[in-house]
Design a protein around this ligand. Structure first.
Ligand code: ATP
Ligand code: MG
Length: 394
């Protein structure tokens, strides 16, 4: 009998013809996350199996719990001898140290030629447990212990506890996107939700030194590091936005500061995205949250680019976003009080319904093409993974 980890796929089961494509990416992602651990991974259309030595199993569980595409993670046992008497004695032996009171046996039989059907197997194995442990009782509705048996062609799999995975599609299976990552609460949550749909992320952060501090940048890198535990590793593009922002501040009527600033951010994001083969921009905009997030503002800001913008938190309430931020452990970092480049140049009365014509007219007052190209060409890239500290990479 071998101990092993059994992984059940999440929504992948709906991908009939190209399921192998998704499973292979999931396998690669798992393999990368287990870098340095001696583990053997194999799969079929319904399950993935990881075999390793006994003392690695908890480490492996810990490493794969943040991998999208996994519906359930199970520690189980593979029994090559499928004889019913062997199954009975193995189950009885596996639970010998647990003083179980109530239990239930649940059997799935994919080998339809096996001499007993599922009901008979459950009954007979249940009978063996009752006989071995006289204090135990069968309870089919609310058992203390569930005993799962899967009778397959190659072996019988036995397991007890099923742990939920985080679902979604394997990261990278649906291409790459660029996440506009600020130090706020919303954009890390937006990134998490995009990764959940299988999008691999690169992040992009606009800084405005000396108006913004190194602490603000480190906060964003810390958030990127947290997100990298789902993404494998994370490239963070750091764009110096100071000149552009100062030019806007000097030359443009203040009610349009934010609208024009965000149009510049979108233009830069699209250029960086295209240079890095990212197919979409992802950001943390949420309808109605601030003046730049009314539908009119979003339309006027969006019109300067021609690539999809995905806004995963667009229709969530702030409290719903905060709930997710707490769950993925970004909240405490996001609420640290360092100024972001947007907050510093916020005018008193930003326009709520900006006009495209006005934006175009005002933008003629600055030589933005050159400034944008400069910012794109001369930006820094930091590679972050959950393994190394970002301080080592700066
Ligand atoms: P967040 O909580 O994510 O900061 P917010 O509610 O503060 O969002 P805005 O400041 O209007 O909203 O920003 C909207 C989105 O634009 C952010 O969610 C983020 O995706 C992007 N963004 C804003 N500032 C920056 C920045 N300095 N660098 C990169 N992206 C940014
Ligand atoms: Mg913000």
């Amino acid at each position: 009998m071998e101990k092993l980890i059994i992984i059940k796929y999440a929504e992948l089961n709906t991908k009939k013809s190209n399921i192998n494509y998704f499973i292979k990416i999931l396998k690669d992602n798992i393999k990368k996350s287990l870098d340095g651990i001696d583990a053997n991974i194999h799969f079929d259309k319904g399950r993935m199996f990881i075999e390793s030595s006994e003392n690695n199993y908890n480490i492996i569980l810990n490493k794969i719990k943040n991998i999208f595409g996994i519906h359930e993670i199970i520690i189980g046992y593979k029994l090559l001898d499928r004889d019913l008497e062997v199954i009975k004695s193995t189950v009885v032996d596996l639970i010998k140290d647990e003083n179980i009171s109530t239990f239930k046996v649940i059997t799935k039989r994919s080998d339809k030629n096996y001499p007993f059907d599922s009901m008979e197997i459950s009954r007979k194995v249940g009978g063996a447990v009752l006989k071995a442990y006289s204090n135990s009782k069968v309870d089919v509705h609310n058992p203390e212990k569930e005993i799962y048996l899967e009778v397959r062609l190659d072996a019988v799999y036995i397991y007890f506890n099923r742990e939920k995975g985080i679902g979604g599609y394997p990261v990278g299976s649906l291409g790459k996107g660029i996440l506009m990552l600020s130090g706020g609460i919303d954009s890390p949550v937006a990134g998490y939700l995009a990764m959940k749909r299988g999008i691999k992320l690169e992040a992009l952060y606009f800084e405005s030194p000396p108006h913004t501090s190194d602490q603000a940048k480190n906060k964003v890198l810390e958030l990127a590091k947290k997100l990298s535990s789902y993404n494998g590793e994370m490239k963070v593009h750091i764009i110096n936005f100071t000149k552009i922002q100062e030019e806007i501040y000097k030359n443009i009527p203040h009610e349009y500061l934010i609208t024009i600033m965000r149009r510049m951010m979108y233009r830069i994001s699209m250029k960086v995205a295209k240079r890095n083969k990212c197919l979409a921009i992802i950001n943390g905009e949420s309808v109605g949250q601030v003046a730049s997030q009314t539908l009119t503002s979003m339309q006027v800001i969006n019109e300067v680019i021609n690539m999809p913008v995905i806004r995963p938190v667009a229709c969530l309430d702030k409290l719903e976003i905060i709930d997710i931020a707490k769950k993925i452990d970004t909240y405490e970092t996001s609420i640290l009080p360092f100024e972001d480049c947007c907050t510093i140049f916020v005018p008193e009365h930003p326009v709520i319904n900006p006009l495209s014509d006005k934006c175009e007219e005002y933008e003629k007052l600055i030589d933005y093409e050159e400034l944008i190209n400069d910012a794109v060409i001369n930006h820094n890239v930091v590679k972050i993974s959950n393994k190394n500290k970002y301080e080592d990479l700066l």
